[in-house]
Design a protein around this ligand. Structure first.
Ligand SMILES: [Zn+2]
Length: 561
């Protein structure tokens, strides 16, 4: 007798096979059978002809802190995600000595836009080492399955303290770090993650610790994966790291390398095409490189009081350092500061950073100062033209004129959908980059999978539903060696979603204040999702998350080689 049968469905297996009429039978948390005449069962769900598919495997989340207070990993399961990979970009909260806790939270607040008050009120710090952190997550339990990277920046702070953001490591320090990475791998980390991205700065605009690492340090730490014979090297790449160098790392360790974040950049559209060319060349030589891509435009909301998108402009650094002081506004008045910022924004240089192209899709979203009420909804370049000003000058003048808290929204990258499609269908692409758990104050792309099904399959017709499902289920699971997930085949873990292909997608963005200490976040409601099961247990129904669903998710510690 099965525990559950979902029948009268179109079953998509996640492996790219054509949908079949029938259903799935589940017993003891695993798929027992797929097809018709599934036999007797304790519980039966009539899918009403809708689609049953594997749950989405989200490779790029930042739930490291949130999972210590929110076992739901809100809002991922409500968006069809059944497995989350945390610890991306090298930003983890483990290992962490007590004296580094507040610094870790302040850095995360800056680099990943997590509300500091929420973290200070919410994070459970009852661990110190990486293995202790995994044990704690396992003890607490979670709604989705969780796999966790060992993050470079945390490892660096753990070994070097304050010097982690000042200098290169000594050989002795590198050896200590490598020991921690190896210990994490042995305890069940999914791999090692880092960032060399120019936008990744912590408190006071100081680059995140991983950005101070030299090549020797990176080779040694990724070498721990080679020695362990398992694990993925994930990095968010800045301009100082090249794909050929990453191919060298992959060859040295015989381990996959996941390269984020490959957006199409209107300021330099050829760059990502060239990088995918290099990735494909490496593949032909037998090195497993992946490019991580997104299926939506990267947009965000920001104010000039904390302009995250501008932080990637190197000439903006003095402003980052002056944040919170009187010098901040003085810099806005400074002609040479303005000229440096403007000239950098005109050139290429740092990939995927704010440029003059970014103004093309930038609106005044809301105003704090009532005298600007009439500007709401206006396009910034139009306002600049009307004032006969350069858009940068208009924006900085506006801030000085009482508009420091004016909320802008912009679409920065992945705006040209023809170019985005070429990335999505690339054989070396892995779709992710939802950044769930991060940037809570200005974006929410945890529902990227539902957007793929609604927009790219139904609305645009660029993909079949079978292809799209595969792209967010078995393909990411296989790339990350997550065994027996992301597929509906007998023996696989029963991570299942049920949705209506006619309505699936994402709704309208809104704000909700449900974080610790009353902090607010942006949410985008899922559309057309009727059910989510994790390891055979239902966690979401047609109305949304089930409060009393328990914690059926597991901490995944064993990965295929
Ligand atoms: Zn990230």
């Amino acid at each position: 007798m099965h525990d559950l049968v979902i029948e009268n469905a179109r079953v998509i297996d996640g492996l790219g096979g054509a949908a079949i009429e029938g259903g799935v039978a589940i017993k003891d948390g695993r798929i027992a059978r797929v097809g018709k005449n599934l036999g007797s069962t304790k519980t039966r769900v009539d899918a009403g002809g809708l689609v049953v598919a594997p749950g989405i495997v989200d490779l790029h989340t930042h739930y490291d802190a949130q999972l210590t207070w929110d076992s739901f990993a809100t809002p991922s399961p409500a968006n069809g995600v059944t497995t989350v990979v945390i610890g991306n970009c090298g930003f983890t909260i483990a290992p962490c000595k007590p004296e580094h806790r507040d610094l870790t939270m302040r850095n995360l607040g800056h680099v990943e836009g997590m509300p500091l008050d929420a973290m200070r009120a919410g994070v459970d710090w009852s661990f110190e080492t990486y293995p202790e952190y995994l044990d704690m997550l396992e003890r607490k339990g979670s709604v989705p399955n969780v796999a966790s990277f060992c993050g470079h920046s945390s490892v660096r702070v753990n070994v070097m303290g304050e010097d982690a953001v000042k200098r290169k490591a000594t050989d002795a320090e590198v050896a200590k770090m490598k020991h921690i990475v190896r210990e994490a791998m042995d305890a069940g980390a999914i791999g090692f993650s880092t960032s060399t991205l120019e936008q990744h700065n912590g408190e006071g605009g100081i680059p995140m610790p991983s950005r101070f690492a030299g090549e020797h340090e990176l080779l040694e730490l990724t070498g721990a994966l080679g020695e362990a014979g398992k694990g993925v090297f994930m990095l968010t790449k800045g301009m100082t790291t090249t794909v050929p160098w990453l191919e060298h790392v992959a060859a040295r360790n015989g381990r996959p390398v996941m390269i984020a974040a490959l957006f199409t950049d209107p300021n330099d559209p050829e760059r990502v095409v060239a990088e995918f060319g290099e990735i494909q060349t490496a593949r032909r030589r037998g090195r497993e490189l992946w490019g991580q891509v997104a299926c939506y435009p990267l947009g965000m909301e920001f104010t000039l009081s904390l302009p995250y998108p501008l932080h990637a402009i190197l000439a903006w650094r003095p402003a980052m350092e002056a944040l919170g002081t009187d010098r901040y506004a003085q810099l806005f008045r400074d002609r040479s500061f303005r000229e440096a910022v403007k000239s950098e924004a005109r050139g290429k240089g740092v990939p995927v950073r704010f440029s003059y192209h970014s103004f093309e899709h930038m609106h005044v979203h809301d105003v704090a100062n009532p005298k600007f009420k009439s500007l709401v909804g206006s396009l910034v370049p139009d306002l600049a033209r009307a004032a006969d000003k350069d858009p940068f000058d208009w924006m900085l003048d506006h801030a000085l004129d009482g508009g420091m808290e004016t909320l802008f929204d912009c679409k920065l990258f992945n705006v040209d959908e023809e170019k985005v499609r070429d990335l999505l269908v690339h054989p070396c692409a892995a779709i992710g980059l939802g950044d769930a758990g991060a940037h809570l104050t200005f974006l929410c792309d945890a529902g990227y999978g539902l957007h793929l099904f609604g927009h790219w399959v139904r609305e645009r017709g660029d993909l079949t539903l079978e292809q799209a499902v595969q792209m967010v289920t078995s393909r990411p699971a296989d790339a990350y060696r997550i065994a027996d997930r992301g597929r509906l085949v007998p023996g696989a873990h029963a991570d299942v979603i049920l949705f209506d292909p006619q309505t699936v997608g994402r709704g309208e963005k809104y704000r909700v204040s449900d974080l610790p200490a009353g902090a607010s976040r942006v949410d985008i409601p899922p559309l057309g999702l009727k059910g989510v099961w994790v390891n055979g247990r239902r966690v979401v129904d047609e109305k949304g998350p089930l409060k009393n669903c328990g914690k059926p998710g597991v901490l995944i510690r064993n990965f295929a080689a």
